[in-house]
Design a protein around this ligand. Structure first.
Ligand code: NAD
Length: 258
């Protein structure tokens, strides 16, 4: 179904674990060339790389802290040098960055959350655009940016997670702007918006709280990273979604139907 992803050059930020890693595996299975990334070198890196390389495709780990604009520039440059171009950028790195009620928020907290979820995607996209434009022209089909949004960006997030939720709403909206600027270049922009997915994101939640959250989801459980991965494949595939841009696909077990 996703056969046109073979040999596509895919860079996924924040992909040493969780949904980014599950997406990397799904792309590798399709024969794509995949760049995975994290700000730190994960202890299980070698195992992860052999897992990704079992399908015969090319895979590289590129360390960069995407909260820093200079490191975003280096990450894109390193990926392009390694793979000769870029067809799909996935802005997946992100996270809560802590919880703080409004009256406790200071500049440091605000910057931390916005840098991780908003600045990272903005700068990665900025540096990726020339390569995505060139690849679209050379291939004669669309290339794309996919960002990981959130159900929180739709409904405001839990108490203490307002800046995180707003950063994801920001991301949802800036994609709409990029559609206006770059569709002419053959670049599509779509969002995968997960609900509650069982990753390290929810570490620290008690069993009781997890059960309460699960009970609030019509499907009665958290989603898995593997259940989110096909949404990335769909948006990356020109054959599947070449006429789809500026959209948000919610993968949330019915938790919310915007
Ligand atoms: P995760 O914690 O399992 O994975 C996060 C990944 O990002 C890891 O590989 C980590 O090393 C990397 N990372 C963290 N900071 C980084 C940085 N500064 N630079 C580069 N890489 C960095 O989390 P996840 O749940 O898979 O989250 C992936 C995305 O999904 C995030 O954008 C998150 O906000 C979003 N999201 C998660 C959920 C959920 O329920 N898990 C729901 C909605 C949205």
């Amino acid at each position: 179904m996703f056969t046109d992803l073979k040999n596509k050059r895919v860079l996924i930020t924040g992909s040493s674990a969780g949904m980014g890693l599950a997406a990397a595996l799904a792309f590798a299975r399709q024969g794509a060339k995949v760049g995975i990334n994290s700000h730190n070198v994960p202890p299980e890196l070698e195992e992860t790389l052999s897992l990704l390389r079992q399908y015969g495709g090319e895979v590289e780990f590129l360390q960069a802290d995407v909260t820093r604009s200079d490191e975003c520039a280096h990450l894109v440059a390193a990926f392009v040098e390694r793979f000769g171009g870029l067809d799909v950028l996935i802005n997946n790195a992100g996270g809560l960055g802590g919880r703080a009620n409004l009256e406790a928020i200071d500049d440091e907290f605000y910057d931390r959350v916005m840098d991780l979820n908003a600045r990272s995607a903005l700068m990665m996209t900025r540096f990726a655009i020339p390569h995505l434009r060139a690849a679209a022209k050379a291939r004669g089909e669309t290339t794309c940016v996919i960002s990981t949004g959130s159900i929180a960006g739709r409904e405001g997030g839990g108490v203490g997670a307002g800046v995180y939720a707003a950063s994801k709403a920001w991301l949802h909206d800036i994609h709409r702007n990029w559609v206006k600027e770059f569709t002419v270049d053959g670049i599509r922009f779509n969002i995968v918006s997960p609900g509650t997915i069982d990753t390290a994101f929810h570490d620290g939640k008690s069993d009781e709280l997890r059960a309460k959250i699960a009970a609030s989801i019509p499907m009665g459980r958290f989603g898995t990273a593997e259940e989110v991965a096909p949404a990335f494949l769909f948006f990356a595939s020109h054959a599947c979604s070449g006429y789809i841009t500026g959209q948000i696909l919610d993968v949330n077990g019915g938790q919310m139907a915007p």
